[in-house]
Design a protein. Structure first.
Length: 95
């Protein structure tokens, strides 16, 4: 769905749907690709605040922590991911 949108399109969608967690998640992925890690972290935190039961959100947060070399926090995010989805193979592989 929103994964195919550009950064600008996501900004517009977020203005009209500020409580849609997946929009923040997809924008965080774009920001991460652009090496805008602090902005990406803000968006993923917002996504988690809006919907705290999506394993993918915690996986992205762990990746952002790894980029910042915050391995302890990355591990905590992966563990949170597994508490939401105990069968998440990606989280197990990253631990």
């Amino acid at each position: 769905m929103a994964a195919s949108f550009s950064y600008d399109s996501l900004n517009q969608l977020i203005k009209h749907h500020p409580n849609e967690a997946y929009l923040y998640y997809h924008r965080a992925k774009i920001l991460s690709d652009q090496k805008r890690i602090e902005d990406a972290m803000y968006d993923i935190d917002r996504a988690i605040m809006l919907d705290s039961v999506k394993a993918a959100f915690y996986l992205l947060k762990a990746d952002l922590y790894y980029i910042q070399q915050k391995t302890r926090l990355a591990k905590e995010s992966l563990e949170k991911c597994l508490s939401v989805d105990k069968n998440n193979i990606d989280a197990y592989l990253k631990l």
